[in-house]
Design a protein. Sequence first.
Length: 340
Amino acid sequence: SQPVLELKGLCVDYGLGEQAVHAVRDVDLVLHRGEVLGLAGESGSGKSTLAYGLTRLLPPPGVISGGKVLYHPREGGPAVDVLRMTDEQLRRFRWAEASIVFQGAMNSLNPVHRVSTQLTDVIAAHDPASSPSSRLARAKELLALVGIAADRLDAYPHQLSGGMRQRVMIAMALALEPQVVIMDEPTTALDVVMQRQILRKLVELRERLGFSVVFITHDLSLLVEFSDRIAIMYGGRIVEEAPAAELYRDPLHPYSDGLLHAFPPLRGPRRELAGIPGSPPDLRAMPTGCAFHPRCPKAFAPCAEREPQLLAPGPAPRTVACWLHTEAPPESGVAEEAVT
Ligand code: ATP
Ligand code: SF4
Ligand code: MG
């Protein structure tokens, strides 16, 4: 199918020069028309940074230090690099083409305004010529779309449950019929039930309205259930990407395998990633070679020496960055010497 967004070698840093933290490193990723792409990885792996970067909403000191984000307009024509858009193009792109619902966004609804006002404001901002009554009708329609009864239109945010507020945010994100909806879910483990509801709703809407979804979560099982394809991030890089069913059936990267088998402890507060020992890499002092090697149960000779590239291990439409699935690195004199 057709691509909507193509990330090519995207790099995002926080800070400049020596002090820079490389939070997203050389990411290649394609989002196809109408698909649900899941993005998973532990806290700090760079998921939000990737989402902020591709929409150019990075908070300082975030800077895009390389790459391209090609956007394919729905009306056809050549792809446009989001990173080179003018402010005016960017404003349009952000709401009307790709909308993003950030981590914790449901708390960003204005507490002193009714839901109806917040929705009609979004519509008015982009279609100033619309009449108040048509805006209200559209607001009702949008709420119905996300499964909220019209009688909640007059509610204030605090009168709604967390799940409903989240759905109001989705309604706002859909207000201008974007091609791409990006949802960045918080990593707190308790709201997995809510994440499931939201994702189910998005998938259903995607089928009716035909947009593409990027869903960001730490919960891989959720993605296996609802997404078409999954990309796994570790230390700012994508380490595996595959159709959801294949990733579930046969995860190739030991980190993906660990994430799939990470499960909450039976007792006590649910902690993230009970299944993978060790902790995520320090971006200021990345391990040499494969960033996962200090934690990898399958690490072998080349792993600490050289960083594996994201490559297709076979004819199937999937990629992985792991020496277990790539031809052994060519022996170089330098590496030989280092070993002896
Ligand atoms: P989570 O699952 O917790 O939301 P994430 O995968 O979204 O994590 P990011 O928030 O993208 O991760 O962070 C990636 C890395 O960038 C982390 O190591 C983080 O410490 C670093 N980082 C994020 N924001 C900043 C900032 N403003 N300044 C410096 N470093 C930052
Ligand atoms: Fe493990 Fe080596 Fe593969 Fe990295 S490259 S995931 S250390 S086996
Ligand atoms: Mg995040």
